[in-house]
Design a protein around this ligand. Structure first.
Ligand code: NAP
Length: 227
């Protein structure tokens, strides 16, 4: 069992923190302002619980500032708004992240021009690569960013779990750590696409994900790679 920091208080942070705690890990959620986050009650416009309401039912999980959360974490889950992921890691502190695996779930979605969002980093770069370059001593592994928060942690709800999740990263040991974590969630078809530059492809899947969401009228879907 590991000491895990989950940076992010949104639906992804909640889903990962809850599931990791359930699996026996020592989980701390990292946020910018603990009191302000705990004071957010009710529901988001997307119908997910605000962090304070979620925490009322999950108070066994610790909550701390981002630097305190990562200080002695063995693994960091990055579940922040993609355009803020760099700032969040900066705030957490590069020194604490040295040698640490970062499971990067964030997507570089830019909502500043309304819906649908565009990708803030794209084509010849990706958010995963950008973060790896900015924090060279950390081991960034991009994964889980292609499915909805609930599917991430309960893959067996679709097709008996027989669908594909992608993984990309430069460090084999870090990818093995992430693979084991994903398997503990129930993932069986984990497709390693190679180094972190493969995050370009999985992040650029987002426009298709959004379109599928609109067409299928549910976020509970996934894809299966066959050959
Ligand atoms: P979100 O609303 O995208 O992000 C919320 C988190 O971002 C909060 O913890 C917030 O910190 C942090 N944040 C925002 N601005 C910040 C800043 N300037 N500096 C530091 N941190 C900042 O939450 P989400 O919907 O759970 O998504 C999290 C990530 O997962 C996103 O990148 C999203 O694209 C990706 N993703 C989401 C889904 C999904 O099902 N929602 C699926 C796949 C991938 P505070 O706690 O301090 O407020």
């Amino acid at each position: 069992m590991m000491k895990i920091a989950v940076l992010g208080t949104g639906m992804v942070g909640q889903a990962l923190a809850g599931r990791l705690h359930e699996l026996g890990h020592d989980v701390t959620v990292g946020t910018r302002d603990v009191a302000a986050s705990l004071a957010r009650m009710g529901q988001t416009p997307m119908g997910a619980p605000e962090f304070g309401s979620w925490y009322a039912d999950h108070s066994e999980v610790a909550v701390a500032t981002m630097p305190d959360a990562v200080a002695d974490a063995e693994l960091v889950v990055l579940a922040t708004a993609g355009v803020a992921s760099h700032a969040a890691l900066e705030l957490a502190g590069a020194a604490s992240l040295s040698g640490t695996t970062i499971l990067d779930i964030s997507n570089p979605l830019d909502f500043s021009n309304g819906m649908p969002p565009s990708l803030a980093i794209v084509n010849t770069d990706s958010l995963g690569e950008h973060l790896q370059h900015a924090f060279p001593d950390a081991h960034v592994v991009k994964a889980l960013n292609t499915v909805n928060a609930n599917v991430m942690v309960h893959p067996a709800q679709l097709a008996g779990g027989d669908h594909t999740i992608f993984m990309a990263g430069n460090d084999e040991g870090a990818k093995q750590q992430v693979r084991e974590l994903l398997e503990s969630f129930g993932w069986r078809d984990i497709l390693d696409l190679g180094d972190i530059s493969a995050a370009r492809g999985t992040e650029m899947y987002l426009p298709l994900w959004l379109r599928l969401f609109g067409t299928l009228q549910t976020p509970a879907f996934s894809i299966k790679v066959v050959r």
